[in-house]
Design a protein. Structure first.
Length: 177
């Protein structure tokens, strides 16, 4: 009877050690595994026209972008030349959960936009639908704007692809801190 109790105690001790190892191993693994941080676009960015490919709408491309990025959203203010020559600043705050946000861009023109991260957290894609209203005539522009960082975070590259009655347009803006 004594050997059975000793054997049972030995088995339980062995099982307890294996269970403990089974529970601790994943905890240790995940504590040392680093998941990539999301790119941080915060800062003030100035357009580098020589490195950019702005296409036919280059004269109206944002000349500067100010970004305040938080864990759950991003606030973007873009300053661009207006149609009358004055600078126009448009601001919007987009949550990272993909929820669509509507804003007035100028006059009665509206923009609906949402932001979403790539799986690796290094590209932020803004999907938008812009309803431009010029003297009662509405033009719809649908597009995406994808942001990435280059040069160790010193350069913001904005790839914009849109489609409208003006045709399909691609433009790349390169902004530096």
């Amino acid at each position: 009877m004594l050997t059975f109790v000793a054997l049972k105690k030995s088995i339980m001790t062995s099982f307890s050690k294996k269970l403990l190892a089974f529970l601790i191993a994943p905890a240790l693994f995940f504590s040392f595994t680093s998941f990539p941080d999301k790119a941080n676009f915060s800062g003030e960015w100035k357009l580098n026209e020589t490195k950019s490919d702005l296409g036919q709408f280059g004269p109206y491309a944002p000349r500067s972008i100010k970004v305040q990025q938080k864990a759950d959203s991003i606030m973007i203010s873009k300053t661009a030349p207006g149609f009358n020559g004055d600078d126009v600043t448009l601001s919007e705050t987009l949550p990272f959960d993909g929820k669509e946000v509507e804003s007035t861009v100028f006059g009665t023109s509206k923009r609906k936009a949402s932001a979403k991260w790539s799986d690796d957290g290094q590209t932020l894609t803004i999907t938008y639908n812009l309803m431009l209203d010029f003297n009662g005539q509405t033009t719809e522009i649908k597009g995406t704007e994808s942001w990435t960082l280059a040069d160790g975070g010193k350069t913001l590259v904005s790839q914009n692809n849109s489609s409208s009655s003006f045709g399909d347009i691609q433009a790349k803006g390169v902004y530096e801190k």
